[in-house]
Design a protein around this ligand. Structure first.
Ligand code: V47
Ligand code: SF4
Length: 368
């Protein structure tokens, strides 16, 4: 049958993928350049099936963005305040009252935002401690490696000591933002002042060694090429071999509204789906591939389930503006019933998970 789907030239790589063998950087580039979308769907769905069967995970969460004031000026960012007139700051009490509104519906709060010039580890440890003592059962996933680096610098302490202090206050895991593209030349073009890819990887390595789980992202579809994407994933795969601390990979599609890179065309849905597929196949040691639907829309996220994705983030409750300001979904929210329906309609069973991917409840498609 395989020789009806693949050409003679493609067959050995397809067989390698189906046998669950690791592929090289060049082979990943082959997949990007020489395989059709339906062939990639077939291969990545098979890889997904070997890991998650017919399950698609989702979680109930909100995002909190404590401020849009930021010391950096990433060129793709539509979120940071351009002047003091459009800036905001949420105090700990503001954050707590936002969480109180949805507390009974969620298991996780995801906190990340602008890099405030004056807030260090001490400030954020107190913030996390207050949230944790008010909501002891909520999993607090907070701060990109870029934010961690800056807050450690403000207080003059090592990354390891900074992470330990935050963990003592109640921080449970790190999100994967700030990774962008590790390639130095591209990083210099899109986020010139931001810390290097090496520092991002180092901070995640320390977090893993301290026993925290983290996620990893890749900002794609702007001025990078396939090789730079695959090399980014190669660095992640190598660190995952060492530590096993990454739970999921989240490709983030560049959205162009209201930012200094608005002249760069956004890539097509076909390109998004291709990217999900190759990620699933190349990152053979990452258990989960997540689609962040507020960035790409519900329909595209549903489609991504046929291209290796096994995880959808999340119910959200209209709590993030990073993507709505960049031209994506305007009031992102789904309740659990919407999420389950979306997954069932794609032909899968829906599994509500907690932040460590333990099952809370499975909604099987055949019990609908
Ligand atoms: O680091 C900002 C990206 C990230 C744009 O870890 C943009 O589970 C596209 O990291 N177009 C923050 N992307 C969000 C993030 C995230 C989201 C959901 C889940 C997880 C997780 C992490 O958003 C930033 C940057 O890479 N970003 N602006 C834009 N215009
Ligand atoms: Fe700041 Fe994050 Fe925007 Fe970069 S992407 S300017 S670090 S808020």
């Amino acid at each position: 049958m395989l020789n009806r789907i693949f050409t003679e030239y493609q067959l050995s790589l397809a067989e390698k993928v189906l046998a669950n063998q690791r592929i090289s950087i060049n082979e990943a580039l082959n997949l990007f350049h020489d395989f059709s979308l339906s062939q990639l769907s077939f291969l990545s769905s098979e890889r997904k099936r070997q890991v998650s069967g017919l399950k698609i995970y989702f979680n109930r969460n909100i995002h909190v963005e404590p401020t849009n004031i930021c010391v950096y000026q990433c060129r793709f960012c539509s979120y940071r305040a351009m002047s003091s007139d459009d800036s905001y700051i949420y105090t700990a009490d503001d954050i707590i009252s936002r969480i109180e509104k949805v507390e009974s519906d969620i298991t996780e709060v995801h906190i990340t935002g602008g890099v405030h010039p004056e807030w260090g580890i001490k400030y954020f440890s107190e913030l996390i401690a207050k949230i944790h003592s008010r909501f002891p059962k909520l999993h607090i996933k907070a701060f990109t490696a870029v934010e961690i680096e800056y807050m450690c610098m403000v207080d003059g302490i090592s990354h390891s000591d900074g992470l330990k202090a935050l963990m003592q206050s109640g921080l449970k895991s790190l999100p994967g933002g700030g990774a962008e593209i590790f390639d130095e030349e591209i990083r210099l073009k899109i986020s010139p002042e931001k810390s290097s890819g090496k520092i991002w990887l180092d901070i995640h390595k320390i977090a893993h060694e301290l026993g925290m789980k983290t996620t990893a992202t890749m900002l794609y579809g702007h001025v990078e090429n396939y090789e730079q994407r695959v090399k980014h994933m190669y660095e992640l795969r190598a660190l995952q071999d060492e530590t096993g601390g990454f739970q999921a990979f989240i490709p983030l599609k560049f959205r162009r509204a209201n930012n200094p890179m608005s002249d760069v065309e956004e890539v097509s849905l076909m390109e998004d789906l291709k990217n999900y597929s190759v990620s699933r196949i190349f990152l053979d040691n990452f258990p989960h591939l997540k689609a962040y639907w507020p960035a790409i829309g519900k329909n595209s996220a549903q489609m991504s389930l046929l291209f290796g994705v096994d995880d959808l983030d999340g119910t959200i409750n209209d709590s993030t503006s990073i993507y709505s300001r960049a031209g994506a979904e305007q009031s992102p929210q789904m309740n659990s019933a919407d999420m389950i329906q979306l997954i069932h309609d794609a032909g899968y069973s829906a599994v509500e998970r907690n932040s460590l991917y333990e099952t809370i409840r499975e909604y099987r498609k055949d019990e609908e």
